[in-house]
Design a protein around this ligand. Structure first.
Ligand code: ZN
Ligand code: ZN
Length: 639
């Protein structure tokens, strides 16, 4: 018998001994990081709200209880009784029964009402019918991405369970090595922005953190070195993804093409965004005539292998590594990732991309940990002069820019990234209209913006507290304001709007490198009363950057930059700074200064040469910290 089987036998005996004698344990097994207990007495389990919690505390494991199939009421009968238990106001939209694991997935508009106080309603359901309820939110705005991902996972349930069981045995395998060391190897995003990828390794375990592309370049992370995939794709134990931006996530599906077959740990919203952004990435590559690095099938593989983790949950991901995610304040689902290695041996936190102060969309990044010896810190705006306009000033300027254009009867066209910046703009504009600071006018959302917004409203728990509360009350959901219009009628609709009344257009791509923004420029571009308004960073080499610097010609045919036919841009061009998903220099310093506990070492990454050097020397001189500005392919040994 393998050691995992022995371990499970022992656990089964221990669980049986801990539980009251009238609760049977038919089996215990691992699924991913969780210990699953099968019982013929699920109703009895549900009577005592403390049982599972006490057991989890005692065994130091995450526990799921599943009914033995013999203990279940038939699905048809159970359905009526479940609906009787759940208050009508919960707005149940779907019940989905999975006989194999005795689970019923309840989709509801108000999941909180299905859960009940401290889970009381959930327990009542199990007591009534024996089934284990699992609750998900009905997206307040229909999202094809969310429903595609959910349907896909439903359809792949059997495969997924096999994956989870395999991963579970990997995580709980007996430790092979008694050596103690911890290393980090940089595979990308050092002295550059893009292709984020790091290897965290111990004598026992190898973990890849992020695997992104580099915008505007074909450079990919150094995945082929022995420290990474050089020893085979399955020499990795786990992949951890900080957030869905492509410079962190684009090449995760590529790992599956190389034969990786293990878990991806990330948050649930990041998983769903993975069902949107990489597909768009493949689309763009195809349109630009580049060979995409992988097929869309690989994106599905990545989603199938994803084990979602909530902020604050301490999760075993290897025999010697525990992972915890914390809010990073950067985009939906973004996480600061904390690794606890060995039994108190060492602790490393990767900031991912962070925003330290609260924004309209998110609470500020968490920098409070039980222990941290080394911090790997993003440095995008780490340069000594990288201080951003404050948020309130930026909003005033935005409002002013919109009003000026409206007064002369023009349209405001804002190129914006689908995820993050667009929703922030929507919130500023909605509030300004509600308070009469700008006149009410249509706000057209083009490209993936609507879809990305729908994903945001599906996960209000990940948004800033007060915004979350507003989304919970449908009448107050700012994203559902009447002014917002989803462009779904293609170029005819755009032309009609361009010929019509003053309005605001938010459209992708954010750096004017293709997508529907090209159409808007063709339609609205010749109108000198209208305005092109930049609210986000325009990278070198993009059309957005050239227009910002005075270029006034845009290609007229196709959605591609670089065609020979051009059109003169007559609309005026303005930039409003201060909207950013990244902490500025002050924010980065504050993150470190107020960090609890104070780290011993900091690696400054994810910034250009000057930014990482400035931040590294600034933190060393002002805060007396041991700092480094590594290059790609360096390895640091910490223990
Ligand atoms: Zn990012
Ligand atoms: Zn990034």
């Amino acid at each position: 018998m393998s050691s995992v089987d022995t371990q499970l036998e022992e656990l089964k005996a221990e669980v049986t001994a801990e539980l009251p004698p009238d609760i049977s344990v038919s089996d215990v097994t691992y699924e991913g990081p969780e210990l699953v207990i099968y019982t013929r007495d699920p109703k009895r389990f549900a009577q005592d709200s403390d049982l599972i919690r006490d057991l989890a505390g005692k065994l130091r494991k995450r526990i799921t209880v599943r009914p033995d199939p013999a203990a279940l009421s038939p699905a048809g009968e159970a359905k009526d009784r479940i609906l009787d238990v759940i208050p009508e106001e919960a707005g149940v939209t779907d019940l989905d029964f999975h006989e194999d694991i005795g689970e019923v997935v309840i989709e509801a508009q108000k999941p909180g009402m299905v859960i009940g106080r401290h889970g009381a309603t959930l327990r009542e359901i199990t007591q009534e019918v024996g089934w284990t309820p699992e609750v998900v939110r009905t997206p307040p705005i229909e999202s094809s991405t969310v429903s595609n991902v959910r349907n896909f996972l439903k359809q792949e349930r059997d495969d997924r369970r096999q994956i989870l069981e395999r991963v579970g045995r990997q995580i709980h395998r007996e430790q092979l090595s008694d050596e103690e060391w911890v290393r980090i190897t940089t595979l990308g995003c050092c002295r550059e922005v893009g292709r984020a990828a790091f290897i965290l390794s111990t004598a026992e375990t190898r973990i890849l953190i992020d695997c992104g592309d580099k915008p505007g370049s074909d450079d990919v992370p150094y995945l082929q070195v022995p420290e990474a995939l050089g020893a085979g794709a399955n020499s990795l134990d786990a992949v951890v993804l900080t957030h869905a931006h492509l410079d962190h996530s684009a090449l995760i599906p590529l790992l599956f093409k190389y034969g990786y077959d293990g878990p991806i740990y990330t948050t649930e919203p990041t998983r769903d965004l993975m069902g949107l952004l990489p597909l768009d990435y493949l689309d763009v590559a195809a349109k630009e005539g580049r060979t995409p690095p992988y097929e869309s099938e690989m994106v599905r593989e990545a989603i199938k292998h994803t084990i979602p983790i909530e902020y604050g949950d301490v999760t075993d991901i290897a025999p010697d590594v525990k992972l915890t995610f914390h809010n990073a304040g950067h985009i939906l689902g973004s996480a600061v990732t904390h690794f606890h290695i060995g039994d108190g041996l060492y602790n490393v936190a990767f900031s991912g991309d962070i925003h330290y102060e609260d924004t309209r969309l998110f609470n500020g990044a968490v920098n409070d940990f039980p222990r941290v010896e080394t911090l790997v810190l993003e440095s995008t705006y780490g340069g000594r002069n990288d201080y951003q306009t404050d948020q309130a000033d930026a909003e005033e300027k935005l409002i002013e820019a919109i009003n000026e254009t409206h007064e002369r009867g023009g349209k405001v066209v804002i190129p914006a990234f689908a995820v993050g910046r667009s929703q922030e703009m929507m919130l500023v504009i909605e509030e300004a209209m509600r308070n009469g600071k700008i006149p009410s006018m249509p706000v057209h959302l083009d490209g993936m913006i609507w879809e990305a917004t729908a994903i945001h409203t599906t996960y209000p728990e990940y948004l800033r507290d007060d915004l979350r509360d507003r989304i919970f009350h449908e009448d107050d959901n700012p994203f559902l304001a009447d002014e917002f219009n989803h462009i779904d009628g293609g170029d005819d609709e755009r032309r009609e709007i361009a010929d019509g009344e003053p309005c605001i257009v938010l459209s992708t791509s954010g750096m004017v490198t293709g997508g529907p923004i090209m159409s808007w420029l063709r339609h609205v571009g010749p109108d000198p009363d209208s305005r092109l308004l930049f609210v986000g960073y325009q990278a070198q080499g993009t059309l957005g950057n050239r227009i910002q610097n005075g270029w006034d010609e845009i290609p007229v045919e196709g959605d591609r930059v670089g065609r020979s036919d051009t059109m003169k841009l007559e609309m005026d061009v303005k930039t409003v700074d201060g909207f950013s998903g990244h902490a500025d220099r002050q924010g980065l310093e504050n993150f470190v200064k107020t960090m609890n506990p104070r780290p011993e070492k900091i690696l400054c990454v994810h910034g250009d040469e000057r930014s990482v050097q400035d931040l590294s020397s600034g933190l060393y001189h002002d805060h007396n910290l041991r700092t480094f500005a590594p290059k790609n392919l360096e390895t640091f040994r910490f223990r």
